[in-house]
Structures are given as structure tokens and as C-alpha cells.
Design a protein around this ligand. Sequence first.
Ligand SMILES: [Zn+2]
Length: 361
Amino acid sequence: MALHLRGPVLLDDERTAGQAWVVGDRITFERPHEAVDGVLDGWVLPGLVDVHCHVGLAAVGAVDAATAERQALADRDAGVLLIRDAGSPSDTRWIDDRPDLPRILRAGHHLSLPKRYLRYYGRELGSPDELPGAVREEAARGDGWVKIVGDWIDRDLGQAGDLRPLWSDALVVEAVAAAHAAGARVTVHTFATETLDALLDAGVDCLEHATGADARQIERIAAAGIPVTATMLQVDRFDEIAAAATRYPVYAARMRAMHARRAEHVRDLVDAGVPILVGTDAGGTITHGRLPDEAAALVAAGVPAADVVAAATWRTRAWLGVPALSEGAPADLVVYPSDPRRDIGVLAAPTAVVLRGTRVA
Ligand SMILES: [Zn+2]
């Protein structure tokens, strides 16, 4: 039995196929011998990718399996069929045995220090010196990624409390080298300007938020070809975070300033040639299933819709080493009534979601 996708089928930046078929759990562009028992009309895209998502995490920290399942289902039903998990306190390995849930590439448990990140979220090391060893452990637990919290408010500074790096420059170098030696790539949570040069010197592979990047650092990021997950939904919250930080006026002012410049900042990154990734930062305060909202926010900020769609699909799949829609690839795809490169809003209303060849939504 085969499912006929009457197309158009978007393959990459240049190529579009007129039609395709799903046979078993695979996609083919050759008319199959099997009888066609279903038809889907519309624009066919590879399953969306959320590169900054936390499955198994909520505002209270680790959640039970039933909650993690609901999170993964919400992402899936929004068309997200591939997640790069940006750190989770839960063991979600069981999801790999569930054909009805999205594929996940994990970064293990994200690495932080006591009082230097959201409580209950990260793996809090007893001492900064433990970072390289912990990186090796998380690389072994994950799926090719390690996530480090690069900076956070230092409340020990009292009234002068502000964003500060968690680790010395030398430790960052050691940690990134340890990840690379273990065959893992490194992404880093960073809001602060002060953190970025050390991260770039150390050769990190990806940056989360990067709201503190100044013009010179943006040039460095672009020259190194490092992608940035802009997390518009998260940065939209910076004014709320500032409002809650009444005891830390310096920090609050910095968060407000970054909030005010958020759209301009993303345009600066794009203008410099930095690849922008699409990540919701769901898990914690942002609910799962909001990738269409994140994509729309990027377009509203001035990122071309065609680039947002490519980043949410084939470009990022290639970067993560996961196929898009090529002959014989897993049939992980989403169908839309129109071309989201012309109207990004259509991502919020998929006609069908097909995962491993089975229509799931
Ligand atoms: Zn996050």
C-alpha cells in the first residue's frame, strides 16, 4: 500500500519535486507498484526541526514520563518531527522506542553551577573544575551534543548583580576540547557579551540566544560560520524577567535593553551572514508545540521567510546529519495547504503530519 503525495514536494533550497509516494516508512519519487490507498494534497515539507527544545523539563524541573510524552506529542502535532534537545534533567531514552513520537538528538543534561542558572533545570556541578569531566559524561549520555550554560546572573554581586560567565576562559577551552574528543558538538546558553569571545576562541559549534553579541562578535560568529538559535519566544520574555528582578537594577536594565533591540539584533545577525536556527526553548516556561510561532516571530523580526523555512527543515537536518526528503529517506513530512515561504503563518495549520510513514496528525 502506498500514500500518494500530490505535491509540490520541497527538497531543498533549489529543488522541488512534483509529487512523491510513501511506501512503508520510506519516501520514493518513483511511482510504486503497490496500490495507492491514500492521497494527500498540498505543499510537502520535511518534518520540522526544533533545535532548542527541552523534553522532560518543566518549570518545576524534571517531569514524569506521561508529561514528557504530552510535550513530545504537542511538538509532533505542530509538525516537529526532529528535536535537538537542548538539555533535560529527565531520562527520555524510552522515546526512541516509540515510533509515534518525534526523533530526538539529545545534549544530555545541561551543565551549570549552583545558583547560576534556573533552579532544578541544569546539572549543577560542585565546582567549575568539574566541567571537562562532566562534558565527557554528558557526551556519552547524549546523541552528539553537549549543552553548557555559559552565563547567568551572579546574585552574589548584590545590587550590582549582573550577567557573568560561569566558567574561566581556560575551562571553556578544555570543555569544548573534551566534547570534540568524545565526538560531540557543543552548544552554549549565552545572554552576555562578556562570554562570547571565550566561546568563539574555544571553537563552540552553536550558540543559544547570543543576545549579547556586539557588532565585532557578530562578525566573528559569521566568519566562523557558527549558527545562532535566536529563540524569539524566549527573548520576548526578557522584559518580564527584568520586571521580576527588582533587586538587581543593573541586570534588569541590561535585559530590558536586549529586549528592546531584539528584532534589530536578529537582523544584524542575518545581515552579517550568521545562520539563524529555529528553536522554541519549550520546556520550562514556554509550552511545547510552538515552533510555528517561533518561525512567525523570526519573519516578523525581518528574517526572510524562505530562510526560516529552510532553517526549520532541510538546512538544519543536513547540519544535524538527518535526511530531509530524498529517495529512500524516512517518510517524516508535513503537508500544508500553501507554500510557507510565501505565508509563514500556514505552518500553524498543517493538513497532515506523517511520521515514519504513518499519518499521526
Ligand atoms: Zn533552553
